[in-house]
Design a protein around this ligand. Sequence first.
Ligand SMILES: [Zn+2]
Length: 195
Amino acid sequence: MLKSCANSTINTEFGVFDIHIYVSADGKEQIVLTRGDVSAAEPILLRIHSECITSEVLHSLDCDCVAQLTLAFKKIDEANRGMIIYLRQEGRGIGLVNKIKSYELQHQGMDTVEAHEILGFPIDARDYSVVKDILEDRRVTEIIALTNNPDKIKQLSALGIAVIKREALEISPTATNRKYLSAKKTKMGHWLDLV
Ligand SMILES: [Zn+2]
């Protein structure tokens, strides 16, 4: 059973959060932010967010990751209760080297799904199994998933996680990310009404 290795609080633009660091079996430091009593019976808002260093650190406008993360912070702050699990699986799980290779292929005209296929990866290589351990350790029983991704809900349910409801985190497309969002909608089935 995974246990948190360090716990404290952080002041953010969206108020104070408790922070818990877990080290998963692969040695990666997984980040968990919580607000309020997440172990109480009422389902919690939960954003399971996969690392996107290009948008979150490098200010890339080629995807919607940082905008979704920011919206999740806002929603949890407004509800004054919830959790963000930040998983260290860059590039839908293929890592930064392959993500940048994929970007280069996209500059040559492929979409994100075609680029992953050319590089020999599944469309989405993310793994959420660590989430179950984290939720158990924090004694969370039921969640409202903040996501546009039907596959994520399928995977969480398959892990035995009680997803009671979904709330969209939809961002208006921009000139630089419209093609990416369109591929997510048409090829990966993401629920994106604005694309
Ligand atoms: Zn991204």
